[in-house]
Design a protein around this ligand. Structure first.
Ligand SMILES: C=C(O[C@@H]1C=C(C(=O)O)C=C[C@H]1O)C(=O)O
Length: 181
């Protein structure tokens, strides 16, 4: 019998936010279920700490199976991928990975964002729609730091869909004196 290679990542299991709520403190529910800009919320919660988007990785690649499924994209189709750490005073509070099918970009040069927040651009788009928020307790592959809750949702703008996954780190709970769940 051949065992699956340990190098193959397990797919991350996502559930609707409401299904995760009983296991979540009110503190984290407030962060996880919010549908406005996380960037804006972090700036405000930072209380004068300097907010910075640190780009960890950006470019063209293949989405994972669960990412492709969330976007309704056939497997092995190229996408634009962006992984960032959202930092306050240089401490990462959230890590995020965004995935957009290449064929839907219609000339949008998202790499030009650089260290500007994707959220601050997205939330300026008048036609922006956001799909339902899903939650996971399992750290996705792109997260190396220890985290508490992950969430994801798709944004839709000008014929483009963009899956945004955000993982809240223990450093954020520590800084805000929030609970660990
Ligand atoms: C979607 C938002 O944008 C945030 C900023 C990101 C970036 O710059 O890559 C990625 C995900 C989000 O955490 C938001 O602010 O709500």
């Amino acid at each position: 019998m051949t065992l699956p290679s340990p190098a193959l990542p397990l797919p991350v299991r996502w559930v609707p936010a409401a299904a995760a709520r009983p296991a979540m403190s009110a503190f984290w529910w407030h962060w996880v279920a919010s549908t406005d800009s996380l960037t804006a919320r972090l700036v405000s919660a930072g209380q004068g700490r300097r907010f910075r988007v640190r780009v960890l990785r950006q470019g063209v690649g293949y989405p994972s199976v669960d990412e492709a499924t969330a976007l309704g994209l056939p497997l092995r189709r190229y996408a634009w991928l962006r992984e960032v750490a959202l930092c306050l005073d240089n401490t990462p509070w959230v890590v995020a990975r965004s995935v957009a099918p290449l064929t839907q970009l219609h000339g949008q040069r998202l790499e030009r964002l650089g260290e500007r927040s994707l959220g601050s651009w997205l939330f300026q788009q008048a036609d922006l729609r956001r799909g339902p928020i899903e939650v996971s307790r399992h750290a996705p592959r792109f997260v190396v730091a220890s985290g508490l809750w992950g969430r994801r949702s798709c944004f839709y703008h000008a014929g483009m869909s963009l899956l945004v996954q955000e993982y809240f780190l223990t450093s954020m709970a520590d800084a805000l004196e929030g609970p660990s769940r």
